[in-house]
Design a protein around this ligand. Structure first.
Ligand SMILES: Nc1ncnc2c1ncn2[C@@H]1O[C@H](COP(=O)(O)OP(=O)(O)OP(=O)(O)O)[C@@H](O)[C@H]1O
Length: 277
């Protein structure tokens, strides 16, 4: 679905953001893109959407170079950016103008997403709060039925009930033909939703694994004493005890803690890399 090879890109000369970055994304998955502030998450998503161009290397979606932004490419990709502008029209007028660009737009689904998010269809977009606008855009994005859906910090600005509604609508929308990529710092918002993790750091993709593989190879648990726990790869100490990641040496099954995993990947990259090699 997405094929990025040896991508090099910089906003400013002598300050490369990506150097020889490689990434492949497949249909049928929901990817969570994680990285520190300034690691280049938004830039990478814009490269995939063809809003920024590689300095060298290639970035293709379904075999088409993103930078060309061909009509057949634009019909199959939707980006929900972190910051966006919506025109001074009602939701209904917005759909009338923008839906025709997407041949598989599903108006019934759109209305049901709006209902799920409690958004009135008759209100003008400019008169809505940031969170309401975001929910309209997410609903529209899902209803386009594009094969690739990219969302940059989609849960920012959503209230507590909307976050679980968000998880519900995304989980319902994914299919074997679709690929969804979500960048976020709000890892708890993506719990139980994403099935693959992508971490960007130091100009490269440093980790890309399915959640199932992560839990096969690693164990996430809370322990009282670090000394009694073998194969620790990363530990985080709090009042509740030590939350740790250990090598999964048996058939142990644990639930992945994305925040812990992210910290472990950044702090103990070589050991983690060794395990997933
Ligand atoms: N238009 C621009 N011109 C110059 N530099 C930019 C521009 N946009 C982003 N950058 C720089 O590129 C780097 C990556 O920015 P980007 O927004 O892609 O990071 P991010 O991982 O999405 O960060 P955050 O988590 O803070 O949203 C940052 O150092 C940023 O300052």
């Amino acid at each position: 679905m997405v094929n990025i090879q040896s991508l090099t890109f910089s906003y400013q000369k002598k300050k490369p953001l990506f150097t020889g970055l490689n990434l492949q994304l497949e249909a049928g998955h929901i990817y969570g893109l994680l990285g520190k502030n300034g690691a280049g998450k938004s830039t990478l998503l814009k490269q995939i959407a063809g809003l920024l161009f590689p300095d060298s290397g290639t970035c293709e979606v379904m075999g088409r170079p993103s930078a060309l932004r061909q009509p057949a490419f634009l019909q199959e990709i939707f980006l929900v950016p972190e910051e966006f502008y919506l025109p001074k029209v009602t939701v209904k007028q917005y759909v009338k103008v923008y839906a025709p660009f997407y041949p598989r737009f599903d108006e019934t689904a759109f209305n049901s997403y709006l209902q799920e998010f409690d958004i009135p269809g008759s209100q003008r977009l400019t008169e809505m709060s940031y969170g309401q606008k975001k929910k309209v855009l997410i609903s529209f994005a899902l209803a386009t039925n594009t094969r690739l859906l990219i969302m940059d910090e989609p849960t920012n600005g959503l209230d507590i009930p909307s976050k679980s509604q968000f998880r519900k609508v995304i989980a319902a929308a994914v299919s074997e033909e679709k690929c969804i990529m979500i960048s976020t710092h709000q890892v708890r918002d993506l719990d139980n939703l994403i099935d693959s993790i992508v971490v960007i750091d130091a100009h490269q993709i440093i980790f890309r694994e399915e959640v199932q593989t992560v839990t096969e190879k690693l164990t996430f648990k809370t322990v009282s004493h670090l000394e009694d726990t073998p194969h620790i790869l990363y530990a985080d100490t709090s009042l509740r005890g030590h939350t740790v990641i250990t090598k999964n040496t048996g058939e142990e099954h644990s639930k992945m803690d994305m925040e812990l995993l992210f910290n472990a990947i950044l702090k103990n990259q070589s050991s983690i890399r060794e395990i997933f090699r």
